[in-house]
Design a protein around this ligand. Structure first.
Ligand code: 26Q
Length: 859
């Protein structure tokens, strides 16, 4: 690697330019600010400045030099150089927000699936061209440097990635906001395959440090756990409660700057790391318990050790409840501390300044925690405290699946959070005796209604229902797509909806176009720049302007050439990861999402097997070549999901090596699906598989990312697919399968998958294949569980009922793909019509209907 050398750009300074390339090349000088405080160094803006800064950081931050630096060191040094710009903006943003003392949203989420930050931060700062040139001139391959960055995989899937998109939009739109979460030592596990079976290994994203984060010891919090509650009378003869915790845990905040796009704010994602409290352990230590104090340290540090890898509930796990309480309590203390700095002990403005968004029920324990702070700490009366609480919390529901609704055993709650359980009982009693008794006074089923609405589920094992707590304690409850929000009202919380109809609302999800188009698909972005205003990344509706080019041959060719180039790149990645050769001229049909029976990867699989069978019967069958590409992690304890992974891999092995079908069909399951792999797959997709059973997928967001990059959706009328269909029009999407109403009807009649099995010989033959050793030589029946799930176990997700329609949908895809012009037109229309699904629109919806924030630009 080279040292800094004189280049064409030496001495030139940057100015606003249309693209970062332009900026790198031409740069009139900008007068240095006279009033700049002495500590502020010039932030690197030109190629030459950035090179100097990278080299400086190679020495000072990485402790190496350009002769011997590893790629990791170059990446770290580049990130540190960029931080000079970023942290300057953090300070400006915080200063401005403190000065104006505006209302802010506090996004509470147990998950943030951030992915990598370098490329996105460069893109937001319009420094991509500058950085790429600087790294090239320093003798580095910038692609390789980008690839050094580990993904920040602090989330499972959709909900975690949504949080990441939302904090990006909040910063871009200059809304005062802070994201709170957990600083997991291990994010979502790394996945590999051994003999086709999923193997999980720990993810250690921070093993070699993380240049983006900064520790804030001055904001450490102490969090109580366990112990008992003392009830006593004060001097006025009133009852007072005091929680005597059995343990104190320390929460250490790490701040990660969230860089808004363009000239906008840099907000903060604050992640809490758990540590043993020095204060608490000192006693144990002095009492001669040196070893015991270390044991306590280990227990304390376990709290933020690892992300739970389930995307439905992990029933009754104590550590999970402690994680939830730990990060919510730290966050609320942080929020209250900041509020008190401006308002002292006057709580009257709190609800004007603070709104907390609960990302699903995971942080719902924030509600009793806030009550505890107000009553036990601030000495507020119950009614005043409750009135305040109900103005502060809003709850987003992300699922209708009954098994995914969180419940905690009462006895566990009582042991871990004794005071909170008391508060929950009190909230519940007042709710049931108050508004429920009033609204349903004349209902003959009042008792049944009460037991349904109660926060406590009665029975042999009493449970705390976090969904009910969230609805009762929040002023707004939203679903994440229109149909889902309707089902939240009609099926999930119908009685709550009767009590508070105005509480329920919808905010359809969205994705950030900065990461999911501009940064991940630079060629398409450049083409778009040439045809519409270059500010489309912040005004995504402008993509509409491409629709009028959809039939234009030159534009079609340019658009499809880029798709092809992206497919060539993905084919290389596929080769590297799986050693399978795929033809970029084939249809790239992609299903990327967590593995779950309701998402129906198994439906995709049986259809692939049917295609294979048709080809075996007639190898000359005139069908377009197809590559089916999957990316999916299964929760380590989810048996059937792991069996489906194994089945996909086994079927793939057999098909990919079968010369009889002449490469007309290929199947790959790419290992370790994650944000950075998604960024390579999505730009290369022709077809997007969104095939959940209608009514099961709350929204989906991969559907939006794929369509945005010009993929045609094959999908059910579920979640946001419905709204995508409305936007692109029926001609530009391939819809199949039962509707929500039809699913309900069929289930109501008593669904019998065997009827479909016997009625469709192809389907029967495919399912029977699972019993043989065709895909698992010498081991017949190894895949039989997958068949059983769709027959003996009742086919809960109606794969067989939807099979025929799905197969026809794919025949339609074949026909459409043969007509190159038609396909190009569809792809272009998909990109052009995705404006609605950008996360800036979602955030504006939240701001208007729920958060009521004012934008406050600091930069
Ligand atoms: C809960 C308790 C214990 C352990 C794990 C969990 C847990 C963790 C993650 C439960 C659920 C999740 C994640 C859910 C999720 O990602 N839901 C998805 O959210 C997306 C964003 O709204 C939607 O687009 C998807 O439809 C929805 O499935």
């Amino acid at each position: 690697m080279a040292t800094v050398k004189s280049t064409k750009t030496t001495g030139k300074k940057a100015a606003p330019a249309k693209s970062s390339k332009a900026k790198a090349e031409s740069a009139p000088a900008k007068a240095p600010s006279q009033s700049k405080p002495a500590h502020i160094i010039d932030v690197p803006k030109t190629v030459e400045e950035l090179k100097v800064s990278i080299l400086r950081h190679l020495h000072t931050t990485q402790g190496t030099d350009s002769e011997k630096a590893s790629k990791k060191a170059w990446w770290g040094a580049t990130a540190s150089a960029i931080n000079e710009v970023v942290f300057e903006r953090v300070t400006q943003t915080q200063k401005k927000q403190r000065k104006t003392d505006t209302r802010a949203v506090h996004y509470l989420s147990l998950e943030y699936l951030m992915g990598r930050l370098l490329k996105n931060n460069l893109c937001s700062l319009d420094l991509m061209g500058v950085a790429e040139q600087a790294l090239t001139e320093l003798g580095c391959d910038f692609h390789e440097i980008y690839d050094e960055e580990p993904d920040m995989a602090l989330g499972n899937g959709g909900l975690g990635r949504l949080a990441a998109c939302y904090i990006d939009s909040l910063a871009t739109l200059n809304y005062p906001a802070i994201g709170y979460g957990i600083h997991y030592e291990h994010g979502l596990f790394n996945q590999s395959f051994l003999g086709g079976r999923q193997v999980e290994r720990p993810d250690s994203w921070r093993e070699y440090g993380n240049p983006w984060e900064i520790c804030r010891p001055e904001s450490v919090q102490e969090i109580p756990l366990y112990g008992y509650v003392e009830t006593r009378y004060n001097e006025q003869g009133e009852i007072e409660k005091e929680w005597h915790p059995g343990r104190i845990i320390k929460g250490v905040p790490w701040d990660i700057p969230i860089v808004g796009y363009g000239e906008s704010n840099v907000n903060i994602l604050r992640l809490w790391e758990s540590r043993a409290s020095d204060f608490f352990n000192w006693d144990v230590f002095n009492a001669g318990g040196y070893l015991d104090s270390h044991v306590e340290n280990v227990q304390a540090e376990t709290i933020s050790k690892v992300l739970y890898p389930n995307d439905t509930t992990d029933a009754g796990k104590e550590l999970r409840l402690i994680q939830q309480y730990f990060f919510t309590a730290c966050s609320i203390k942080d929020i209250v501390r900041r509020y008190k700095r401006a308002h002292g002990d006057d709580w009257s403005k709190f609800a004007d300044q603070v709104v907390m968004q609960l990302n699903d029920t995971h942080p719902a324990v924030a509600i009793p925690e806030m009550m505890r702070i107000l009553i036990d700490r601030a000495g507020m009366e119950w009614d005043d405290a409750w009135a305040l609480c109900q103005k502060v919390f809003a709850y987003t529901n992300h699922t209708l699946l009954p098994e995914a609704l969180e419940k905690w055993p009462v006895h566990l709650f009582e042991r871990v959070l004794p005071r909170h359980l008391e508060i929950i009982y009190e909230i519940n009693a007042r709710f049931l005796d108050g508004i429920v008794s009033k609204v349903f006074a004349d209902d003959e089923h009042l008792d049944a209604i009460k037991s349904k609405l109660s926060i406590i589920e009665e029975g042999d094992h009493k449970m705390v229902r976090m969904g009910n707590l969230s609805v009762i304690g929040s002023f707004k409850v939203n679903g994440v797509a229109q149909i889902h929000s309707e089902l939240v009202k009609s099926d999930l919380f119908p009685e709550f909806y009767r009590i508070w109809p105005e509480k329920f609302t919808n905010v359809t999800n969205g994705v950030t176009p900065r990461r999911w188009l501009k940064a991940c698909n630079p060629k398409l972005s450049e083409l778009i720049d040439k045809h519409i205003d270059a500010d489309w990344p912040v005004h995504l509706d402008k993509l509409q302007g491409l629709a009028k080019k959809a039939k234009n041959k030159t534009f079609q060719n340019a658009f499809m050439k880029i798709k092809h180039d992206n497919k060539v790149e993905l084919a290389k990645t596929i080769k590297e990861l799986t050693d399978v050769d795929v033809d970029p001229n084939a249809i790239f049909d992609i299903q990327i999402k967590r593995l779950h029976e309701y998402k129906r990867q198994q439906l995709n699989l049986i259809h692939i097997m049917a295609l294979y069978r048709r080809l075996l019967q007639n190898p000359d069958l005139d069908v377009p070549k197809r590559v089916f590409i999957f990316g999916a992690k299964a929760a380590p304890g989810y048996h059937m999901a792991k069996e489906i992974i194994y089945a996909i891999n086994k079927v793939a092995d057999r098909i990919n090596l079968d010369e009889r079908i002449k490469d007309k069909l290929k199947v790959v399951l790419l290992p370790n699906y994650r944000v950075s792999l998604a960024e390579k797959m999505i730009p290369a997709a022709d077809v997007s598989e969104q095939i959940s059973t209608a009514g099961k997928e709350a929204s989906g967001t991969g559907n939006m990312k794929l369509a945005l990059n010009g993929a045609v959706t094959v999908g059910t009328l579920d979640g946001a697919n419905i709204e995508i269909a409305e936007e692109v029009g029926d001609d530009n999407i391939v819809i199949f399968g039962l509707t929500v109403a039809q699913v309900k009807e069929l289930k109501g009649e008593g669904y019998n998958p065997w009827d479909y099995y016997y009625a469709n010989p192809e389907l029967k033959a495919v399912l029977d294949w699972f019993d043989t050793d065709y895909f698992t030589p010498g081991k017949p029946g190894e895949l039989a569980d997958v068949k059983r799930s769709m027959l003996d176990y009742g086919d809960e997700y109606l794969c067989l009922a939807d099979y025929q329609s799905y197969s026809q949908a794919h025949k339609r895809v074949d026909e459409l793909f043969r007509d190159k012009a038609k396909w190009a037109e569809m792809a272009i229309i998909n990109t052009a019509k995705m404006g609605k699904f950008n996360s800036d629109r979602s955030i504006e919806d939240y701001v208007r209907d729920i958060w009521k924030l004012e934008s406050c630009q600091a930069v």
